[in-house]
Design a protein around this ligand. Structure first.
Ligand code: PMP
Length: 330
C-alpha cells in the first residue's frame, strides 16, 4: 500500500509545470513550481513544518504546548496543520481588517483566533504585535514561531524547495524567480541553488511597486503576501542578483491570464512573480531554464482579483478576461 503516515508528510515535493501560452515569443523554458500542491495550499506549509520540528528539537515546544503567532494567512494554515496533527493548541492573532474567510479557514482547522484593533499603533498594548507577545509570555508552554525572524523558515526552503528544483531540473536551472515577504523562500532556495551551481544560477526577486526591497518610493499596494516596509531578519538580500518591480495592475492581469491561459488558479503574488519571470526570460537563449515559484492557490482571491467589480472599483482593467466582449453577438 502506498500512503502517507499523516498530512504533514505530504508537505513539499510540489511539481514543476511548463508555462506554454503566457510565454509567447520567449525561447527559454519557463517552469512554474506550483506550491498550492502543499496540503495547506501554500509554500508556508514548508516553513511551518520546519519551524515546529526545530522548536521540538530545541525544547521550545513540548507536548501540550501552544503555538501563538500573529498571522491571518498562509502561515497560519501551515502552522494549524502541523499543530493539530501533533496535538498543540493554536492561537492566531489577527488584525480585525482581515476578518472574513481567511479567519474562518483558521477556525475550521480548530484554531482559536484573537481579533485585534487594526487602527492602533504597533506599540499599543491592544495591537496585533503586543497581544501576540503578551499571550506568548502569559500562556504556560507557549511558543511563538515569529516567522519574520525565525531562521528555521529559510532553512526549510534550503532543505526542501532548493533540492527539489535542482533534482527536477537535473541541475539545468539557470534562473530562479520568487517574490519576497519574509524572504524565507528566496533566501533558502536561492542559497541552495547558488551553492549547488557554484554561483551559476541567477536569483531574481519580484517586488511590488511600493515595497522597500527593490528601492524606489515606499507606498501601499494591493498584492498580498509580498513586499514589506521593513527588512526582516529572515531575508538575506545578498542572495538576490536582481529585482523586478511589478505594479498591482501587471500582477493582477497576469494572475487572471494564468487561470485562463494556463489553467493555474493562483494568488496575486504568483502573477507578480510570473511577470518578473517573463521579463527575465525575454532575452534569454533557448537553453535557459527559468524556474518561478507560485506561492499559493487562487481560491482565496476569487472575490478580489477574479471579481470584475472588485477590480473595476480599484481601477484595474478586466478586459483580459473578456476578449470577445466586443465581438458581435452571433
Ligand atoms: N506570496 C504569498 C501569497 C505569501 O503568503 C507569501 C508569504 N508571506 C509570499 C508570497 C512570500 O514568501 P516569503 O515569506 O517566503 O518571502
Amino acid at each position: 500500500m502506498r500512503y502517507a503516515e499523516n498530512i504533514t508528510d505530504l508537505v513539499g515535493n510540489t511539481p514543476l509545470v511548463r508555462l506554454n501560452r503566457v510565454t509567447d515569443g520567449i525561447r527559454a523554458t519557463v517552469l512554474a513550481k506550483i506550491e498550492y500542491f502543499n496540503p495547506g495550499g501554500s509554500a508556508k506549509d514548508r516553513i511551518a513544518r520546519n519551524i515546529v520540528d526545530a522548536a521540538e528539537r530545541d525544547g521550545l515546544l513540548r507536548p501540550g504546548g501552544t503555538i501563538v503567532e500573529p498571522t491571518s494567512g498562509n502561515t497560519g494554515v501551515g502552522l494549524a496543520l502541523v499543530a493539530l496533527q501533533r496535538g498543540y493548541r493554536m492561537i492566531f492573532v489577527v488584525p480585525d481588517k482581515f476578518a472574513g474567510e481567511k479567519v474562518d479557514v483558521l477556525r475550521a482547522y480548530g484554531a482559536e483566533v484573537v481579533m485585534t484593533d487594526t487602527s492602533v499603533e504597533p506599540d499599543d498594548p491592544r495591537s496585533y504585535y503586543s497581544v501576540s507577545d503578551r499571550l506568548a509570555r502569559e500562556i504556560p508552554g507557549a511558543f511563538k514561531p515569529n516567522q519574520f525572524a525565525n531562521q528555521n523558515g529559510p532553512r526549510g526552503h534550503f532543505e526542501t524547495t532548493g533540492p527539489e528544483i535542482w533534482r527536477d531540473t537535473e541541475g539545468l536551472v539557470t534562473h530562479f524567480v520568487a517574490g519576497i515577504g519574509t524572504g524565507g523562500t528566496i533566501t533558502g532556495t536561492g542559497r541552495y541553488l547558488r551553492e549547488l551551481s557554484q554561483g551559476a544560477v541567477r536569483i531574481i526577486g519580484a517586488d511590488p511597486e511600493g515595497s522597500i526591497y527593490s528601492g524606489g518610493p515606499i507606498h501601499g499596494y494591493a498584492v498580498e503576501g509580498v513586499g514589506e516596509d521593513f527588512w526582516p531578519e529572515t531575508f538575506d538580500p545578498t542572495v538576490v542578483d536582481e529585482y523586478h518591480r511589478v505594479s498591482d495592475a501587471e500582477s493582477f492581469a497576469m494572475t487572471r491570464r494564468l487561470a485562463r491561459e494556463e489553467g493555474l488558479l493562483v494568488g496575486g503574488s504568483s502573477g507578480m512573480a510570473v511577470v518578473a519571470a517573463l521579463r527575465t526570460a525575454r532575452d534569454l537563449p533557448a537553453d535557459a531554464v527559468v524556474v518561478v515559484l507560485l506561492p499559493d492557490h487562487g481560491r482565496a482571491y476569487v472575490s478580489k482579483i477574479f471579481n470584475d467589480a472588485w477590480m473595476t472599483d480599484r481601477g484595474f482593467a478586466t478586459t483580459d478576461t473578456t476578449p470577445d466582449a466586443a465581438a458581435p453577438a452571433s
